[in-house]
Design a protein around this ligand. Structure first.
Ligand code: SF4
Length: 345
């Protein structure tokens, strides 16, 4: 059996789990190619106009999976206790069915960690019945999937980038030495910029107009995925109310850590048009950054985002951060006064 897995949205965080799970069951997993213009155009035609950019991309990727026995679209309700996925995640697969090529069945499963491990296993066993697998097979596949996911998450924490980690864990290819070294070696003379946002935007080269690559040419880059879970949890303390969307929680916790980290020179928040959770988290983080006088810029992507505008803004931001680093310690009294009176503080 050959299962199609779209290279979008949940691919960027959970693909190792599903790859390990299906590999243990002897099922081949085929992914759609990396995003390109054709995929984006297909997605725009098939997804609702009001939805966010990552869901439009998901629709485009689903269109590329024609030569498979089924397309796998899990409903990931919750990936940890006390949180939920964003409502648009919860609407999958129904909200995205118009994008599924005619005649290709959809395979789905509910994943809800709020109900505990036993319930997750039961739901996977229901999926197993459709695949003709026994309960024991599913249990072994589940353990294998968790192992792959853990290795992947551990490697991200150590500072590897997404492509290197996924190749090493899923395709069993050793990471290239040069690449590893360039991530681990910190050049203290270069600027350090944190790129904050959903993994499926920051790691999505085409849709983000290669923001991560452009940034890496000019500065050391920190990502949300590089921050260990304990640090995220530490920096969530002090919130009056818990954030209950799991991505929002990770982004705010990591972003807060970057605000407090004196070695991080500036923060870029990569958001997208139509994202409900970002509209709140972005503002919360902007306030924290303003309180600490940390340079902060928001880049909002949509399907019409242009390269020239992005490059100009990026260069202007990096120039400003660099100038500030050179003149560290000097804060204009005029600027300070203006900041105190700001309505948003
Ligand atoms: S969190 Fe935002 S970007 Fe992600 S699926 Fe939900 S609305 Fe879209």
């Amino acid at each position: 059996m050959k299962i199609g897995f779209p290279r979008a949205l949940f691919y960027f965080d959970y693909f190792p789990f599903w790859a390990g799970f299906f590999q243990r069951l002897g099922i081949e997993v085929v992914t759609s190619p990396a995003t390109q213009r054709e995929i984006m155009e297909h997605g725009l035609k098939k997804a609702s106009d009001e939805t966010c950019l990552p869901l439009k991309l998901l629709a485009g990727h689903i269109q590329m999976l024609r030569d498979v026995d089924a397309i796998f679209l899990p409903r990931m309700v919750s990936v940890e206790a006390d949180t939920y996925s964003c409502p648009k995640f919860l609407g999958i697969p129904e909200s995205i069915l118009p994008a599924v090529p005619d005649g290709v069945p959809v395979l789905t499963v509910v994943l809800n960690w709020r109900k505990g491990r036993r319930q997750v296993l039961k739901d996977l066993q229901i999926l197993g019945q459709q695949l003709g697998k026994s309960k024991a097979d599913i249990r072994k596949a589940f353990i294998e999937g968790q192992k792959w996911q853990k290795r992947y998450q551990d490697s991200m924490g150590a500072g590897w980038d997404f492509e290197a980690s996924i190749r090493e864990i899923v395709m069993n290819e050793p990471a290239q030495e040069g690449r590893k070294a360039c991530v681990f070696m910190k050049d203290t003379d270069r600027l350090r910029i944190a790129l904050v946002g959903h993994s499926y935007l920051t790691q999505e080269t085409y849709a983000s107009l290669n923001l991560l690559g452009r940034l890496r040419e000019k500065a050391e880059v920190e990502l949300v995925q590089h921050v260990m879970q304990e640090e995220v949890d530490t920096h969530l303390r002090g919130l009056r109310k818990k954030l209950f969307w799991n991505h929002a929680k990770q982004i705010f916790g990591a972003g807060n850590k970057f605000v407090a980290d004196k070695e991080v020179d500036g923060i870029i928040y990569l958001s997208c048009f139509g994202c409900g959770t970002d509209s709140m988290v972005q503002e919360l983080l902007a306030r924290k950054a303003r309180e600490q006088h940390k340079p902060y810029m928001v880049v909002t992507l949509d399907e019409h985002s242009g390269e020239a505008g992005l490059v100009t803004r990026l260069e202007a931001f990096l120039d400003m951060v660099e100038r500030r680093k050179i003149h560290e310690g000097y804060v204009s009294t005029y600027g300070e006064r203006l900041d105190c009176d700001s309505n948003t503080l």
